[in-house]
Design a binder for this molecule. Sequence first.
Ligand code: SF4
Ligand code: ZN
Ligand code: ZN
Length: 372
Amino acid sequence: MPRLCALCSAQRPILKRPKTGQQICKTCFFHVFETEVHNTITEAKLFQPGDRVAIGASGGKDSTVLAHVMKMLNDRYNYGLELFLLSIDEGITGYRDDSLETVKQNQKEYDLPLKILSYNELYGWTMDSIVEAVGRKNNCTFCGVFRRQALDRGAAMLGVDHIVTGHNADDVAETVLMNIMRGDIARLGRCTAICTQGEDTIKRSKPFKYTYEKEIVMYAYFKRLTYFSTECIYSPDAYRGHARSFLKLLEAARPSAIIDIIHSGEACEVGEEATKELKERKICKRCGYIASNDLCKACTLLEGLERGMANAGITDRGRKQLEASGPTPDGLRTIPFFQMNTDTPLDSASSTPIPGQTVDARIPAVVHVTAG
Ligand code: SF4
Ligand code: ZN
Ligand code: ZN
């Protein structure tokens, strides 16, 4: 007698579930995949009816499946969410320009409003021009800092309450391993949180926190979703690459390794001593974004780029060198002033509130100021 699906015992199995090893049919796979994400969302009470939620969309498999599943669950379980797609264009020729075409196609397929915000509009630099200035060593530091702030600013322009990202279980387990290997105990304490929200930042969460990457790929394949699978042309973080290979080896020997590592991270209690190192939050005096120093990380990196001392913005020592090299020259490009969750948007050029302007009309543009 042919073997039957381990869940419904009715149909022939067509896949072995990477997470559990069960042989199951396609219908049951879709059902367990979607239901587990729904359970993650409801157990963590991620949303409230009426929430405006932006899906961080890159055109890759994780965010494409996330957009598909979020839209489906919102309809199926009446979450009552207003969904948007939010994409950041880093300005990487041959990579992001192509993947954004996929996002535009997804927008039509899912019929969701799409906002694209580019590094060029916001910072006056593309990743292509940054790599020309800094080389391929620290490019991902610039990209990561700039993306984080761009997502918050894009979300503020859409007037959303919440950003969801496609980070999956493999990403979270990898981050746990990296924080252990770096001895970064303070970050270890925070990196498994499903939802993060600082006082002044928009809430971010990871509905795929317990979803295996291999299952996301299978889901996209069986649902025939359109996604972009090319890697960034600029070398990704090599250290993360080692953590990833290590995790894949562990997963091959024991598939539950990914979930086990996440659970270990969740169970770690981080003492006060470790978190003391996290600096007090301030507001960047130049752009209004959250910062640990007088200037936020993005303003510091941008000033380094603008002054031809690109790598000076990366370390605390470099930042001090930048400060010691004299006052900021006039006419440097800076980031438009940022204000969260306000009904009175700011005119980015003058930082003066303009009554009657809608949130969507807040167009960021690089501004030239007499910097302080
Ligand atoms: Fe940016 Fe680095 Fe990712 Fe490329 S690999 S998109 S440069 S963070
Ligand atoms: Zn079945
Ligand atoms: Zn700033």
